[in-house]
Design a protein around this ligand. Structure first.
Ligand code: NDP
Length: 241
């Protein structure tokens, strides 16, 4: 039987990342789970799972935790750059520190992850990087300016990464989920925007899809043969407008 290779998942302490951790663990993969709330990942109690506290904006810490996991489980075969923040707000009035947080985590965090694994994947001529973007990286939504900019950015850097890595048989994939209930919305500070978003979701019918459905999609894209690249996947609730 083929030995399962190391999978690294950022933002594994809640939402999509946590569901990915459970899904891949069921299939027997060794895991490196990364987020700031390490206790949430440890509470999953998954076998062969190294849980490490990481702020993805810290490039050298990112490299250190990957090296630590690779010393135990061997080289990373899949990195899922999933960690992200959404702080909705009106451009004219939003605190610019919130824009910066989104650009730092959602764009630079993804680039830090890519940089941490790319060289070895290139040398090995195998591996997969999956970046979680968003439908907000495909179309505009009110109050999403910096978030949307960050997710259009994730698509752009995914496409550039693909150009750099596809000659080496390494896959780089962007997945663009629509609205799914997780902790993502909870960090927005303006309550009226949260209420408006929830109302939109109800009206748009985007309430039945789950984080587990996104995890299944990530697994599907990864488990296709290395020669098969799903460059971008849009996954939404069937009833989302
Ligand atoms: P959650 O808020 O539930 O999860 C976000 C995860 O990111 C948490 O595990 C959080 O962990 C982690 N995270 C945030 N900041 C950092 C940081 N600086 N360093 C390390 N980890 C960090 O949201 P989702 O599961 O919904 O979001 C996952 C991804 O999916 C995000 O990129 C999001 O933008 C994207 N997405 C979500 C959609 C949705 O509707 N839910 C739709 C489209 C895209 P901790 O706080 O412990 O560090």
């Amino acid at each position: 039987m083929e030995t399962k290779k190391l999978i690294v998942i950022t933002g594994a302490s809640s939402g999509f990342g946590l569901e990915m951790a459970k899904t891949f663990s069921k299939d027997g993969y060794p895991l490196l789970l990364l987020a700031r709330r390490v206790e949430k990942m440890e509470a999953l109690n998954l076998p062969n799972a190294l849980c490490r506290k990481l702020d993805v904006t810290n490039k050298s810490d990112f490299e250190k935790v990957i090296a630590e996991a690779e010393a135990i489980y061997g080289e990373t075969d899949l990195l899922v750059n999933n960690a992200g923040v959404m702080l909705l707000g009106d451009i004219a009035t939003q605190d610019p520190s919130e824009w910066k947080t989104m650009l730092d985590v959602n764009i630079l965090g993804v680039m830090n992850g890519m940089a941490a694994v790319m060289q070895k994947m290139k040398a090995r001529k195998s591996g997969t990087i999956i970046n979680i973007a968003s439908t907000a990286g495909l179309q505009p939504f009110a109050n999403h300016a910096a978030y949307s900019a960050s997710k259009f950015g994730v698509r752009g850097l995914t496409q550039t990464g693909r150009l750099e890595l596809s000659p080496y048989n390494v896959r780089v994939i962007a997945i663009e989920p629509g609205a799914v209930k997780t902790e993502l919305l909870d960090h927005t500070t303006d309550k009226s925007i949260i209420d408006g978003y929830n109302e939109w979701k109800e009206n748009a019918g985007a309430v039945n899809i789950t984080a587990a459905d996104v995890a299944t999609t990530v697994k599907f894209a990864y488990q296709l043969p290395q020669a098969v690249l799903l460059r971008e996947i849009i996954i939404t609730d069937t009833m989302q407008d």
